[in-house]
Structure formats: C-alpha cells, structure tokens
Design a protein around this ligand. Sequence first.
Ligand SMILES: C[S@@+](CC[C@H](N)C(=O)[O-])C[C@H]1O[C@@H](n2cnc3c(N)ncnc32)[C@H](O)[C@@H]1O
Length: 360
Amino acid sequence: MSGAKPGADAPTRPAPMERGGFYNERSRLQAGGGAHGLPAIARAFERMPLGDGPVTIADYGSAQGRNSLVPIGAAIAETRARLGASSPVSVVHTDQPDNDFSTLFCLLRDSEDSYLGAQNIFTSAVGRSFYEQVLPAGSVTFGWCSYAIHWLSAAPIAGAGHIWCRLTTGDTRRAFERRSADDWLIFLTHRAAELRPGGCLVVVQPSMPDDEPSTFPVLMGWAQAELDAMAADGTLREAEAARMTVLCYERYPADVRAPFANGDFCGLVLAEDFLNDLPDPFWGPYQATGDAKTLADQYVGFFQAPFRPSLLAALDPDRDTSFRKAFADRLESGLHRRVIAEPQPLMTPLAVHVSLIQKR
Ligand SMILES: C[S@@+](CC[C@H](N)C(=O)[O-])C[C@H]1O[C@@H](n2cnc3c(N)ncnc32)[C@H](O)[C@@H]1O
C-alpha cells in the first residue's frame, strides 16, 4: 500500500493522493463534479484576448491527471479554434512536490484520451504548493483548478480530534474557517500574479447549500466512530488519533465570493459563479439493483483514494508497513460493514461551485 511519507510534520499539511494511479481509478465523483466547470471554459475563452499566442494553460492540483484530460483538452480545442490547428500550447500541471507526476506523464503518453495526440502541445509539471507563486508573473493565459482548493494549506491547530474539519466545533471549527478564508485569498493573490492581463481562471470546488453544516456527515461520523474504537482498544495511540484530520474544508458560495465583495481583488474580477447540486453517483444505481456490496465497495473506494493517505500520514513514524495496512483494512472494513448494515446515500449533501475569474 502506498501512502504519504510518515514523519512528525506530515499531518500538518495535506497528504498527496494515493500513488500508482489509485486516485485516477477512484475519482469518478470528482470527475463528475469537474464536468460542471466545462461550460465555463468556453465562456472564459470568449472573454480572453489571445493575441498571436503562444498560449499557456495551467492545471492547479492535477493529481495523477485523469480528471484533467477533458478540461485541458477543451481549453486546447478553444485555443485551436481561435489561433489555428497547430498553434503551440504549453500545458503545465501543478501539484504538491510529492504528487505522483510519473503516473500523470505515463497517462499522457498512453491514454487514448490524452490531449497529446494533437501536435505542438508541450507538457510540463511543477511540484510546488499553489499557495505560492508557481509560474512566472504574467505568463498564464488560462488556469483550471478542480477539486483541489478545498484542501487547506496546513492544519491551523494541532490535534483537531475529528477526521472531518467541518464536524469539529467551537474554537477548532473557527480556526479551520479562518484558515480556509485566508487560503482562498492567498491562492487568488498568486494566481493574480501569474495570469496575463485578460487571462481567466476557472475554479471548481465541492460546496454545499447554506443551510447544511457539513458534507458527508454520516460517512465521516462512521469513520470517526471506527477511529474512536481503535483509540479505545489501544490500537491507535492517543496522539495519532487526535491528529487524524483530513484537511479539506469546503466553502459556501458566499465564502468564494467574499474577496470580491467590493469589486475586484488584486486585479481579479469574479465574472460569474454558480452552485449546482451534485447527486450521489452511487445511490441511484443501488436503488435499481439493491446490491449493497457494490454500494459499499463504491463508497469505500471514494473514501480511500483522497482521504486514506492523510490518515496514514498521521500515524507515528515507527509504525511499520504491516501495521499501516492492518489499520487501513480495519477502518475500511468497518465502513464497508456499516454501509451493508444501513445502506443510505452517503455522498450527500454535496454541491459543486464553479467560479470564472478574469484578470483585468
Ligand atoms: C482530490 S485531488 C483533485 C485532482 C483533480 N484536479 C481532479 O479534479 O480530480 C486534489 C489534488 O490537489 C492537490 N493539492 C492539495 N493541496 C495542494 C497545494 N497546496 N498545492 C498544490 N496541489 C495541492 C492534491 O495533492 C491532490 O492531487
């Protein structure tokens, strides 16, 4: 099993997605959410001056790239429609330094869905946090960021004591809220520097309606109950259990809009934004088939790919491979059992928020 590098500092920042294509194979929900941003790509290109090119497309938080193929392909098609079929395009995929970029480049080489089938496309990668400037000032024509900006830059406090930031309470919850607001400003500030005048950025992020306090309350409540049981019987040490927090904090539409309340922010304008409901992709098929095992496989698969690395990273460095595997197996088989015992829609409430942002 892969996982984030263990170490004393590991739980303080998000762990990368599970390696070896594992995330690529288990990110159908994220792909479906990202698709809501595709129409905004066309509208971005309608607004943007392209001059004579060349065009640079940046993909912020690419992971292993599978879910980037369609949106980046769409941005290339828009470019080609304006500048000609062989106009040069530079695509830069960016993610954390420990992201599995090797799987991404192999996918670009081997997949029949790869945009590299077209000529004159040049791909590169940057392994650096998007909470820093990662590309030269004024160099990006179009930016895409899907299902990545809800990952916080770091834990605002040590030992939040719950797996899901939005299910924490009191001062802890407020600390996450502040960090999320600050991170959004930092992200926008750096993209403002990188975009060319007139350049656009489409950001797709998981969100929820105003009256919902958290995404996935049942799934994450069950996961926390499994972790509590392992802490109670001594499988997990107290400090390990306390720092087992996945550093995701989804924003409400109002949070996304906040920096633009008085007009532009760092020269960026919020050209449009919208919230779409995101139905649970697994619940409908289950209702038709009644196949609870498949439903449990799908929910656990959704949980594993993005979240398991963060939990493994919270284990003490002296935990060996067999302990790590046994820990993950116990947590996931517990979740699996609970789904089969009480089948219910777990990918809810969930919505997707899309913003189209333009540099003046
Ligand atoms: C859930 S995946 C989304 C991947 C892909 N964009 C998609 O739509 O499926 C989130 C990605 O954001 C990356 N990420 C999280 N924090 C980041 C940061 N500070 N800088 C760059 N990438 C980050 C993670 O490493 C991960 O690869």
